[in-house]
Structures are given as structure tokens and as C-alpha cells.
Design a protein around this ligand. Sequence first.
Ligand SMILES: [Zn+2]
Ligand SMILES: [Zn+2]
Length: 355
Amino acid sequence: MADGLGESAEVRPQVAVRDLGGGVRSVAVPIPDNPLGHTLVYVMDTDRGPVLVDTGWDDPGSWDVLVAGLEACGTGVGEVHGVVITHHHPDHHGLSGRVREASGAWIAMHAADAAIVRRARETRPERWFTYMAAKLTAAGAPDEHVAPLRDGPRRRTPPGLAPALPDREILPGELLGLPGRRLRAVWTPGHTPGHVCLHLEEEHPARLPGHGRLFSGDHLLPEITPHIGLYEDPDDATVTDPLGDYLDSLERVGRLAPAEVLPAHQHTFTDAPGRVRELLAHHEERLAGLLTLLRQPLTPWELAVRMEWNRPWEQIPYGSRNIAVSEAEAHLRRLVKLGRAEAVTGSDPVTYVAV
Ligand SMILES: [Zn+2]
Ligand SMILES: [Zn+2]
């Protein structure tokens, strides 16, 4: 741990609860079969009962850990007053519905991610497969990659297709109105369009230098860079620039200069501005690398195949390849917006080239 705060207390077997001081604790809720390991659910005391920042993956084992973790914090799931969600992904919002059922807590989320939740509940899986098939074809994916989406057997409903509808909207820049606390929402689009960080504007319990503490969700993580893809929406043809949004949002949280960052994965850390600089440099380097690849015209698929990933393309599983193409497209959008690449007129599927 980078900060040396609090005690790492194994209160019960398999339940890792950590007291971070100042009425904030974390519970490590496991994500089954995922290399990330766990989501850090933060439990914040308020005058009306605990408020959670994120809830964890919707799985019976994860639920048991969350329930035991709350008990280890000296409270219980029935006492939860509210749930603040950093973004709609199932490792963050998965258990929100169960927490609300058990406690009557409200669930708060930014409107842009709430819209995704609503759409996920209303869209039949077939529509998603059709949309994804069309999108991947347009990105230059080979037919053998697209075919399973178009006419293959329908797999079981993926997680995150029946998420809980939030009851409250998180308004950027506003205090959340938690009794006895000062928690302000900071809109940080990029990883998702409605991602928020939450700034606890209270003096750091160990008086570390800086401005309070920041619950950073997936926006700012100590050792990994979050996935930045397109904001997939079958009903919206707006040409968004998620990577541009992300880089702007990074600068925004860097300027806040919190004394400590409480991320949703891995571990807490200090020196947010330093981490922001690292990430900005990483993306700058990556964009420069892509421009080199784009000396010859490439489709988004061809670009994804040539980009550097954490393993060779041949070893990347099917679903992760789709995510990789989305990430390649987000980078192309950025380069086009910066005037450093352009679409080749008349190409079909469309290819892009450095200018
Ligand atoms: Zn996420
Ligand atoms: Zn996450």
C-alpha cells in the first residue's frame, strides 16, 4: 500500500475490510473469473447511515462478501442509506438492485450512464448482436469474425443487461446532500459517458497534503489504464470523442490535487497529479505510435490487429477483440479530430491514413 494509512484488517475469513479513517472503509468484493480480482466498495458513514460508493459484481459469492463486509464495518446491508455509482459497468453497479431491495436505499448515477442502463433494459439482445455485426463489418472485421454475431446460436444474456434503474441523478459539480458529509460530484466522461469521480471535500484524516480524498472509480487507477472505447449506442449516431473526453477529464482531476485517491480497483494511492501526468504521457505515446502505423491506410480492424496489446493478437479472445477494435476506433476519432489522420475518400470499409 502506498499510503500507510489505517490497518489492513482480516475481520472475517475472505472478507478484506480496510479502515481508511474519517468514517470511510473499503470492502474488497470479488469479481469472479476476472484478472482484476475485486471491486473496492467504499462504505462512508453519514448521519443517516452508511452510503456506498459502488456495489460490486452481481454474483451470490460477491453478495455474501459485501454483506459480511458491511457487518465487519459495524453496520449491515439493511442500514444502507444510499448508493452512489461511479459508472454503469457491472463490476460497479451489479449489486445495487439487491442492496436497494435489502435496505430501501436510493441509487444515484449520472444521467448519461442512467440512459445506458435504461437502454440496456429495453434493448433485446438480438438488437445488440445485429448492431455489433454491422459495426464490426463497417470497421473492416473479416467475415469469420462477424458471422457468429449474425447467425450463430444466441448465447445466454450477458451480465449487465438487466441492471437496476437509478432513482437519483448525480449532477456534475454539485454536492450530493449526504447528511454530515461534503461529497461533490466531478463529471469525468471517457471510460463511460457518465462516469463520475466523487470528491470528499474534508480534511484528510491523516492530514496528508492536498485537497481531501477522491473516489475515482475506474477513471484513475494506480497501475492500469482504463479501457477507452466508443460509447456504443444503437440509437445515437453522434460522432463522439471518448478519448478526448477522457484526456480532458484526467486534467480535471489532476487539478483537484486530492491528498489521496480511492480507486475502485487495486489500491489507494497519493500524488494524483503525478499519476495523471503518467497517463497523459502514455496516451500521447500511443497516439504517436498509431500515426506511424497509419503511414499506410488501415481499417479500424487492421489498426487493432497491429496495435500493441498485453498479448499477441492471436491470443486475444473473441470478446476482447471487439473491445480492442472499439479502442482502436476511439483513437482514430481522436486523431481525426486533431487533424492528424483522415478517412480515405471512397474506401469501403473505410480506411484511415495519417496526414
Ligand atoms: Zn468500468
Ligand atoms: Zn471497474
